[in-house]
Design a protein around this ligand. Structure first.
Ligand code: C5P
Length: 234
């Protein structure tokens, strides 16, 4: 059964007051929320518990990347916080990914583990400098396959790559895609943007959307419009 609650709102605000003002308007049955490094570094687990207490599923996007023992402990701590999904870097290697998977395997409410493949800010030249003789897409495909082999639940990828990855990976392997812009919205700093409907058609399972909703004059209406655009497509 496909999850109908597909939109994850990126809470990229600098202060708690703005986060709460937005969340009080939103319905946890209509969206999930992403807490990233800035918000977490400023407000920590207290804010995560508070948001969770309002009924929202939380995607904790801290992109863990460390030795297996450290990541395993960090993942267990995130699971104790009750987060719904969290990120770690596939580049941390097979042993690190398996340690993360094992750390949550017996949890009653196991968080979904989603791997970041190649940061979309990196380009061919960056790979070459690191001694990687592959194209960015080849590197994404390789790391996504590794993540699948090591028991991850999915990967974060650009919506523009989702179609290629969908062909390569298991049908139930989750594709979580940022870089989403409804028709007519500003791209902001995103380079390769995809509309919500196109992302779902490419095989995305969850859409991470920040500014188009958080900076909208009427965020609730904007979310409803996006829901409408993708309804019936999955
Ligand atoms: O405001 P916007 O919709 O661009 O926000 C997208 C969110 O997804 C931000 O939190 C951003 O950090 C995150 N993200 C991204 N591109 C990636 C990975 C994460 O935009 N490759």
């Amino acid at each position: 059964m496909q999850d109908q609650n597909k939109i994850i709102i990126a809470l990229d605000m600098a202060n708690e007051h703005d986060v709460m003002t937005l969340l009080r308007q939103l319905d946890p049955a209509q969206c999930r929320v992403k807490v990233g490094k800035e918000l977490f570094t400023r407000y920590g687990p207290t804010l995560v518990r508070q948001i969770s207490g309002m009924g929202f599923d939380i995607f904790l996007d801290l992109k863990f990347h460390d030795i297996p023992n450290t990541v395993s402990k960090a993942v267990a701590a995130a699971a104790e916080l009750g987060v719904w999904m969290l990120t770690l870097h596939a580049a941390g290697g097979a042993e690190m990914l398996r340690a993360a998977r094992d750390a949550v395997s017996t949890c009653e409410h196991k968080p979904l583990l989603v791997a970041v493949t190649l940061l979309t800010s990196l380009e061919q030249d960056d790979l070459t400098v690191q001694g990687v003789q592959r194209t960015p897409l080849e590197q994404v495909q390789r790391l996504a396959s590794l993540a699948q082999e090591c028991g991850m639940d999915g990967v974060v990828c650009s919506a523009a790559e989702a179609g290629e990855l969908r062909k390569l990976l298991r049908k139930d392997f989750l594709l979580v895609t940022p870089g989403i812009r409804p028709q007519g919205d500003a791209a902001n700093d995103q380079k390769r943007i995809v509309t919500p409907a196109a992302a779902i058609l490419e095989g995305s399972d969850y859409l991470v959307i920040g500014r188009p909703i958080t900076r909208a004059r009427e965020p609730v209406e904007k979310l409803a419009l996006i829901q409408q655009e993708i309804s019936g497509m999955h």
